[in-house]
Every structure is written in structure tokens, then in C-alpha cells.
Design a protein around this ligand. Structure first.
Ligand code: ATP
Ligand code: MG
Length: 439
């Protein structure tokens, strides 16, 4: 396409040059012929005024040199008095190529003048224009222009071709990168391209691939962790069921069998029944602990606020050296709906982190409702901040607690903010939209 456009430009330029050359050659030739005619007229007038015969004056013309553009012939009757052809053709190497000469050659121009004399045959003066020299001159000028245009076109073509070639190479490399990504290969990065636009695409691509790779690693770690937790819970449940339930049921079965014996008295029967009752009480307690571990029952029975208060009371009694300021708006239970277990677990993990990593003296946990203009709860804001050691997020060891919190928040369509630096404590800001209260 670019080549064709360049050819079209060269073609139009050539037409323009030929058109101009043709016009100027025609004008030059015409004015030469006109000038010659005027000079002849003026010469004849002068000769007549000086009393000389026009024939004498014309005879002097034979002494003229040959002119460049004109051939002159003078005839009287059948006799040729003068025959002056135009001067020699242009020097070798300067003549125009055939196509140019053909394109710019003007119409043949011949001027004739007749002198009538009484008693003598008519004198006929013929001036014939020869444009060869003029065409050669026009070619010299046009050739420079055409060569310049050709050089420009070739330069433009080469530059555009090279630039586009590079661009398409870059597109090929980018496509290859995208295909790798499609096939799940996140290890490949794009090079820094020469063209600035492609360099930006390459940087954005590499940044995205890094983020994807990190997310995939995090997901893998989370999945492994959740599978491990699942296995651990199953092992724990199996152990508890075996130790507590199995033993208790065996005991009940043995006591029930002993009740059948005919030699039993009332007291031993009453003792056996009492034992069965206390074993059943123990079983209930074990069951309750198990269920509490699987899912805090209070959460469903009493709601999030009461469950958090209960957990925090428990926590305070264990870590009395940390002053915990807990505040929670009324009405959060209506806002959180099914997401309450997530919020409960988030607070639980935050408390664990404070104890494990912060060395804090003060801790604040605030749950407040963000309301719309017409007082309807719109979102829940959970803020957990401590005055402990803080940490540098870019250097912290990769745990799964904070990652799990972020995953939970994002799965609820919320926003997760972590503000911390070494020595400045940690502040978690979590914003979760209200589930069922939204219009
Ligand atoms: N409140 C805090 N104060 C100081 N450092 C913290 C606090 N919370 C987290 N950190 C730092 O951030 C790191 C990551 O925390 P995260 O909860 O993700 O993992 P973890 O607690 O180390 O392990 P786990 O996966 O068992 O939770 C911690 O190792 C710790 O260095
Ligand atoms: Mg943790």
C-alpha cells in the first residue's frame, strides 16, 4: 500500500513537471518566433526608410549565424535565397529522453512572411521553430526535481517500512505472550519494545502477568491450607467421636446389659441409671463443643453482635494485659445477614494476629454502620487497630491469615485496607456492603 501511494505521488509529480515543462517550452518557442518576425519587420522598415531595396537587406541576412531555436529560409519564386537551419542539437548526455521529448514537444510552429514587389517574384520568408534545445533545457530542470522526489519517496518508503516492520514484529511477540498466558504459562515476560506505545503495552502486560501469577500462587496456598484444615478437622472429629462417643456408648451398653441380670437390687439399678444419665450429660457437652467448633452456635441463635461480645469476653480473660476497646453499632445483624460467619472469622484472625505478632498494649475493634441519606444501612465498616510493632507489608512473611481475610472480604463484594509500617501498629479497615438491606 505504501509503495503504491509512493508510486502514485511520483506519477502525479511527473505529470505536474511534464505539464509545466510543456507549457514553458511552447511559450519559449512561440516568443522566439515572434521576436524573429518583429526583428525582420523592423529591419525591413529601416531599410525602406533608408531608401534601400528590401531584397538587398534580405541578402544581408545570409551573413547571420545559425540561431538555437529557429531555422530561417527565404525563397524568391522558385529560388532559395537563404537557408539557415537552427544550430546543432544539444550536446550528448544533455538531450531529453524520448518519452520526455514526446510528452513536452509543442505543436509544430511555422511562421511565414510574404513580400510583394512590383515586377519581381514574391519573396517568402519562412521561420520554423525547433524546440529540441528548449526541451533539453526543460529536461535538465525536471530531472533534478524528479530525482529529488524519487529520493524522498524511497526514503519515506524505507523509514515507514522499517517502522511498521518493527511494529508488526512487536505485535507478533505480544500475541505469543498472550497465547502463553492462555495456556497457563505465567512465567514468560515481554521485552522492552523500541516503539513507545508497544513499550507501554509490554510494561502493562508484564505487570498484569505478575499480578496473575501472584494471585495464582495465593490461591494455590489458600486451597492447600483449606484442604489441610479440612483434614485436620476430620481427624479431630474422628478422634473425638472415637474417644468420647465410642467410649460413652460402650459404657451405656455395658450398663444396660448389667440391668438385665435378675440378681440386681433396686439400689444398684438406680446407680446404673444415674451413671447412664451422667454419661448422657457428658455426651451432650461433647456434642456441643464439637458443634461450637464447627460453627459457633451462638452466631445463629443470638446473632453476630452477641457472639462477638462473648468471644471478646473470653479473649479479655485470657489476655488481660491488652486493653481491648470493643464497640459495635446496634443493627449490624440486620445488615450482615449470611456474611456474619465471615465477619466473625475475620475478627477472630485479627485477634490471633495481635496476640501472635503485635506485642500491642491497646487494641480497638469497632463495627459501625454506614447509612444512606435516608438512614438505611448501606455498608458495614469494621476497623481493627492496635498500637503494636506493625510491619512492612512488602517484607512480611507470607501467611494465610491476612490473605484469607482479604479473600473473604472480596467474596462479599467489600473493600480491604491495611495500613501499617514498622513501629506504627496495624490498622485494618474493612468495608462490606449490607446484603439484604440494599434497595
Ligand atoms: N497485628 C499485627 N502486628 C504486627 N504484625 C502483624 C500483625 N498482623 C500480621 N502481622 C504480620 O503479617 C504477617 C502475615 O500475617 P498472616 O496473618 O497473614 O500470617 P501469619 O499470622 O504469620 O500466619 P497464619 O497463616 O497462621 O495466619 C505476619 O507473619 C506478621 O509478620
Ligand atoms: Mg495470622
Amino acid at each position: 500500500m505504501i509503495g503504491l501511494v509512493m508510486l502514485a505521488i511520483i506519477g502525479m509529480g511527473t505529470l505536474f513537471v511534464v505539464h509545466n515543462a510543456r507549457r514553458s517550452v511552447a511559450e519559449e518557442v512561440r516568443s522566439s518566433v515572434n521576436l524573429a518576425l518583429q526583428l525582420i519587420d523592423a529591419g525591413l522598415e529601416q531599410a525602406v526608410a533608408a531608401g534601400r531595396s528590401p531584397v538587398d537587406w534580405i541578402a544581408q541576412l545570409a551573413r547571420l549565424d545559425r540561431t538555437r531555436h529557429l531555422s530561417l529560409s527565404i525563397h524568391q519564386g522558385e529560388r532559395t535565397i537563404i537557408d539557415l537551419p537552427s544550430s546543432a542539437a544539444p550536446a550528448a548526455g544533455e538531450e531529453a529522453p524520448g518519452w520526455f521529448a514526446w510528452a513536452v514537444a509543442p505543436e509544430p510552429l511555422v511562421a511565414e512572411k510574404h513580400l510583394h514587389q512590383i515586377g519581381n517574384p514574391m519573396i517568402q520568408i519562412i521561420i520554423d521553430a525547433n524546440p529540441a534545445d528548449e526541451i533539453a533545457e526543460a529536461w535538465t530542470e525536471a530531472r533534478g526535481f524528479l530525482l529529488l522526489m524519487l529520493a524522498l519517496a524511497v526514503t519515506v518508503y524505507v523509514v515507514v517500512h522499517t517502522t511498521l516492520g518493527r511494529a508488526f514484529n512487536s505485535v507478533g511477540v505480544i500475541l505469543e505472550g498472550l497465547e502463553n498466558l492462555e495456556n497457563g504459562d505465567y512465567s514468560r515476560r515481554l521485552p522492552e519494545f523500541y516503539l513507545p506505545e508497544f513499550a507501554r503495552i509490554s510494561r502493562a502486560f508484564n505487570h498484569t502477568v505478575c499480578a496473575l501469577e501472584k494471585t495464582r500462587e495465593e490461591n494455590r496456598a489458600l486451597t492447600q491450607r483449606s484442604l489441610a484444615i479440612q483434614e485436620e478437622e476430620r481427624r479431630y472429629l474422628a478422634q473425638e467421636l472415637h474417644d468420647e462417643l465410642g467410649q460413652s456408648l460402650s459404657a451405656i451398653k455395658a450398663i444396660a446389659a448389667s440391668l438385665r441380670k435378675p440378681e440386681r437390687d433396686d439400689k444398684s439399678t438406680a446407680d446404673a441409671v444415674g451413671t447412664i444419665q451422667s454419661i448422657c450429660d457428658h455426651l451432650f457437652a461433647v456434642l456441643r463443643t464439637l458443634m461450637q467448633r464447627l460453627r459457633p452456635l451462638m452466631l445463629d441463635e443470638l446473632g453476630l453482635k452477641a457472639s462477638l461480645e462473648d468471644m471478646i469476653e473470653n479473649w479479655r480473660s485470657r489476655y488481660s494485659d491488652i486493653a481491648l476497646d470493643f464497640r459495635c453499632d446496634d443493627g449490624i445483624d440486620e445488615c450482615v445477614g449470611d456474611s456474619r460467619i465471615h465477619i466473625f472469622r475475620i475478627v477472630q484472625e485479627s485477634l490471633t494476629n495481635v496476640v501472635r505478632h503485635s506485642g500491642a498494649r491497646h487494641l480497638k475493634i469497632h463495627l459501625s454502620l454506614i447509612e444512606t441519606a435516608d438512614d438505611r444501612p448501606e455498608a458495614l465498616l469494621l476497623k481493627v487497630s492496635d498500637d503494636g510493632a506493625g510491619f512492612d507489608p512488602s517484607r512480611a512473611p507470607a501467611g494465610l491469615g491476612l490473605l484469607g481475610i482479604r479473600e473473604r472480604v472480596e467474596s462479599l463484594g467489600g473493600r480491604f485496607g491495611l495500613n501499617t509500617r514498622p513501629g506504627a501498629g496495624v490498622t485494618l479497615r474493612i468495608n462490606i456492603p449490607c446484603g439484604d438491606k440494599l434497595p
